[in-house]
Write a protein that binds this ligand. Structure first.
Ligand code: HEC
Length: 190
């Protein structure tokens, strides 16, 4: 073998080794890529899992919120029913000149109104206005111990209750209940 042939053989050998090494490396890299892509896939799957459990949490939070809102509504209605009873006994108290009773009924009416204001954020300001306007008026009327004067302040207050019910679009039951209160009062007076 002459020098030229040897050189050619060496070069050829080097090329073959290069190709084999190249294939080997390429396979290694593609294996790595496959491993990475399967990692990404499983990561994606667990992200999907997280996303769906977040959705689950979201919907339970929504459920809780609705339940709480419904509870508030029921409590608000109960406060209003109490307002009705307080207004009724307040009128009795005035007619029978039980001014101490009237005073404590006004306190209780104020508490129930305050509670209702906390429960309904939309009506809160209107209820506070109502309190600021009529609770002092009623208290003032009680301190005067004059049944006639007290009755006119009571009627003014009662009309303001109805005024809000009309504006707030409250169900007919609210008006009905108030009508019952006023007819009971009228029967008592008549
Ligand atoms: C700022 C508005 C507002 C004021 C002031 C107000 N109410 Fe109400 N009231 C409502 C609304 C709204 C409802 C309906 C609640 C519901 O059914 O969800 C209601 C309902 C009622 C009910 C019916 C409850 C039931 O069983 O459905 C009564 C009784 C009542 N109110 C009495 C009164 C009396 C008495 C006063 C005055 C001392 C008064 N309210 C003042 C807004 C008001």
């Amino acid at each position: 073998m002459n020098d030229e042939n040897r050189t050619t053989l060496l070069v050829l050998g080097a090329v073959v080794i290069g190709i084999v090494l190249g294939i080997f490396l390429a396979q290694q890299v593609s294996g790595d890529i496959r491993a990475v892509s399967s990692d990404i896939k499983s990561l994606q799957a667990s992200l999907n899992g997280v996303e769906s459990s977040i959705k689950g949490v979201d919907s339970s939070v929504k459920d809780i919120k609705t339940t709480l809102a419904e509870k508030d509504k029921v409590s608000f209605r109960r406060d209003m029913q109490e307002n009705g009873r307080r207004m009724l006994s307040l009128d009795y108290a005035g007619k029978f000149t039980k001014w101490d009773t009237a005073k404590s009924e006004i306190e209780e009416l104020d508490k129930a109104l305050q509670d209702a204001a906390i429960l309904d954020s939309q009506l809160s300001a209107a209820i506070q206005d109502f309190r600021n306007m009529y609770i002092p008026k009623l208290k003032d009327a009680v301190s005067k111990k004059d049944t006639k004067n007290f009755e006119s302040v009571w009627a003014e207050t009662y009309n303001a209750c109805i005024g809000c019910h009309k504006g707030a679009g409250s169900p007919p039951s609210a008006i009905e209940t108030l009508r019952e209160i006023s007819s009971e009062v009228e029967q008592l007076a008549g």
